[in-house]
Ligand binder design. Structure first.
Ligand SMILES: [Zn+2]
Length: 415
């Protein structure tokens, strides 16, 4: 049992008792001789973040191929370097990604990449929650489709080391994956009641090419292929038609908004407020650091708010509480995890922030400060399922993780 004393919550100081990974009791004063006590004077408690779209192991690609157009960037920089990756590389890269996530207040993420076994090992060791999805991409080559489908089947039959790790499948996009692969992956995911994720309508070019090739826009095409439901997480969804927003609502799919990546690659801006007004399930993600170049959900929130107001030409759009919910409870709910709220009965994933940090003063509106003013320097402690991942800004084994990351990058980036 853990007892947080004198922590700022909802405008006043509270005591919070954590037992069996959950917030058991929240009250003005709690005393329990059996609990470990953590004095939280001067700190506020907030839900931790859920990053709904990323490629954790892309850490080594930060700063590579800047100022290029998306397709050019993928073909000339990203894909050739990714071809050199080994499982051991992905393990060290994923550990470093987890370190950044912890330091920036994230306790759960949805990952889309290769070498999933190594990613699972790394993330489990770091104590985070994650949906680790095996990524399918066949470039319309039948032999590759078959190989990926077999790998996906095999992966979904493997056991996971803890309840914090959830397995899933993803397909890259309609321009890199065939109908057979996309439908096949969703079928396997459904058979295991697992999540399925895919990049959709990230750029105008993707939409135009899809129309030319299939006579339909990407999300409408995926609906025709029968792969959309409440366990489908669609990344980007920048350029949806009116018909496609109706489909998104009807199928209850989850949208993962990636405003930093979209702005940096000049892919366009999601009409966020229009989607929220329509009642679509919008969550937030960073995408990989190759196009971000950070995994900070605090930065992502600010960009989502600014982009949301800009695209709506309306300063009342993309309200702070909506943005904060997109980064927290909306993601956890979409992934079926009961956390993202500091309330009795919820699982204890949370962060503590220093109310004397310059970014949080004056403390008039903490949520607004988190969205617009804060950086991760205000985060002192991060907990997942009631267990500490960062204590007083220290993450266990940090020096080693950094050292191994640097060595891995050196190897991968040498000519
Ligand atoms: Zn992505």
């Amino acid at each position: 049992m853990l007892l947080l004393k004198n922590v700022y919550l909802g405008g006043k100081t509270q005591d919070i008792l954590i037992e069996h990974n959950c917030f058991k009791k929240i009250a003005d004063e709690i005393n329990d001789d059996n609990a470990d006590i953590k004095d939280c004077t001067g700190k506020a408690i907030l839900p931790s973040f859920c990053n709904m779209h990323t490629h954790a192991a892309m850490m080594f690609l930060k700063g590579i191929g800047e100022d290029l157009e998306l397709f050019d960037w993928l073909q000339t920089k990203i894909w050739p370097l990714e071809a050199k990756l080994t499982g051991e590389d992905v393990y060290h890269l994923s550990k470093f990604a987890a370190l950044e996530m912890i330091k920036t207040g994230t306790t759960m993420f949805l990952d889309m990449y290769f070498y999933v076994e190594e990613t699972i090992k790394a993330i489990d060791e770091m104590g985070l929650r994650a949906v680790i999805t095996y990524l399918g991409m066949d470039m319309f080559d039948e032999a590759e489709t078959k190989r990926r489908l077999e790998n996906a089947e095999k992966f979904m039959k493997q056991s996971v080391p803890s309840t914090r790790i959830i397995k899933g499948l993803s397909a890259h996009a309609v321009y890199t994956a065939s109908k057979e692969l996309i439908q096949g992956f969703k079928k396997i995911a459904r058979a295991h009641d697992a999540f399925f994720s895919i990049h959709v309508s990230e750029t105008k070019k993707e939409v135009e090419d899809c129309l030319k090739k299939y006579g339909k826009t990407p999300l409408a095409l995926l609906d025709e292929w029968g792969v959309l439901d409440e366990k489908t997480i669609v990344a980007h969804a920048v350029h949806l038609t009116k018909e496609e927003t109706d489909i998104a609502k009807k199928r209850k799919i989850v949208l993962a908004h990636n405003p930093v990546s979209n702005l940096k690659l000049n892919s366009g801006q999601m009409p966020l407020q229009a989607y929220l007004d329509k009642g679509l399930r919008v969550t937030l993600g960073t995408d990989g650091v190759s196009s971000n170049n950070s995994l900070s959900m605090i930065d992502e929130m600010k960009t989502a708010a600014l982009s949301g107001k800009n695209i709506a030409s309306d300063s009342t759009a993309a309200k702070v509480n909506d943005i904060f919910n997109m980064a927290t409870i909306n993601g956890f709910e979409a992934l079926g995890v009961k956390t993202g709220k500091i309330e009795e009965g919820y699982e204890a994933d949370f962060m503590l922030v220093d109310l004397n940090n310059h970014t949080l003063l004056p403390n008039i509106n903490l949520i607004s400060n988190m969205v617009y003013a804060a950086d991760s320097s205000c985060i002192t402690d991060v907990f997942c399922q009631g267990k500490p991942l960062m204590k007083n800004k220290c993450v266990e084994n940090e020096d080693n993780i950094v050292l191994n990351f640097k060595k891995t990058c050196e190897e991968l980036l040498k000519d």
